[in-house]
Design a protein around this ligand. Structure first.
Ligand code: ADP
Length: 266
């Protein structure tokens, strides 16, 4: 707490009183510290691919370009790193739009089954490649919901691509939608992959927080997927959390209000 005293002067009388201002600076300082950490993280995440690109272009210039084997290999490294930076910047822009509340939700009535079937279809090729079997379960009474479909698709894409990244070949990914007790719709994405250690579970929705930085990067991760998912779910008035056990798997659950506030479902 910061305390500032300001004396109150009256002409000819002098000091007649004091104003004491008590300010809670801990919250402010925490905010400032997390902002600094965020900027440091962004800089580091951008610097790493840039350094790689720089050294590989130098190697190409120094003769690797003429090498029939090295030339294309180095070019593909440069391409991969560039794509990684594009992914990162795209995620950052999305987050900053969500932060500034600039992107108003464009809610439309959406059929939950269709949405979940379509997201499974989007990933069917990657799942097949890894021999992963998807399963889909829809609870009784689950029908239409009023949501910003593009944004919720992004949440589902992030959760399923994580399940795919952190689940070994031959695993399973299960999607479920059911009506929760509190009148919300609960959607979950469950895998039987590597799981998340208890000590990391609390921080996993923070920006850039990852269990294993190197593994996440190798998998093409930006470390922002879960934080974007959390912002989108929050903007819809829902919440998101996970249950996970190392070596057994992870289940991420998010809820969405069933009815548009003040609106009517058709
Ligand atoms: P990333 O781009 O690194 O996947 P996310 O924000 O999506 O970033 O996830 C943060 C971290 O949470 C990941 O790096 C990983 O350590 C962990 N994680 C997320 N989903 C899963 C999952 N299904 N299984 C195991 N670990 C996961």
């Amino acid at each position: 707490i910061r305390v500032t005293f300001t004396p109150i002067h009256r002409r000819e009388i002098g000091i007649v009183g004091t104003i004491a201002v008590l300010q809670d600076v801990t919250e402010q300082e925490k905010l400032e510290a997390s902002r600094r950490e965020f900027v440091a993280n962004v800089s580091h995440e951008l610097r790493t691919p840039l350094t790689t690109i720089k050294s590989y272009t130098e190697a190409l210039e120094d003769g690797a370009m003429q090498d029939a084997e090295l030339g294309p290999k180095f070019a593909s490294v440069i391409q991969n790193q560039t794509e990684r930076m594009i992914r990162l910047v795209t995620d950052l822009l999305h987050l900053s739009r969500l932060d500034s509340k600039e992107s108003e939700l464009r809610k439309r009535p959406t059929q939950v089954v269709d949405m979940l079937e379509e997201v499974t279809d989007r990933f069917s090729f990657q799942m097949q490649e890894k021999g992963i079997k998807p399963s889909l379960s829809i609870g009784d009474g689950v029908g239409m919901i009023w949501i910003d479909r593009d944004q919720i698709d992004q949440v589902l894409d992030n959760l399923i691509s994580n399940a795919l990244k952190y689940t070994p070949e031959g695993g399973t990914i299960s999607l479920e939608a059911r009506n929760a007790d509190d009148g919300m719709l609960a959607i979950s994405v469950e895998d039987n992959g590597m799981g998340i250690p208890k000590k990391d579970q609390e921080r996993i929705f923070e920006r850039f927080y990852r269990v294993d930085k190197a593994r996440s990067r190798n998998m093409g991760g930006t470390g922002l997927g879960l934080s974007i998912a959390r912002e989108i779910v929050k903007a819809h008035g829902g919440s998101i959390w996970l249950q996970s056990e190392v070596g057994k798997g992870t289940k991420v659950i998010f809820t969405l209000p069933q009815q548009e506030q003040g609106g009517r479902m058709t």
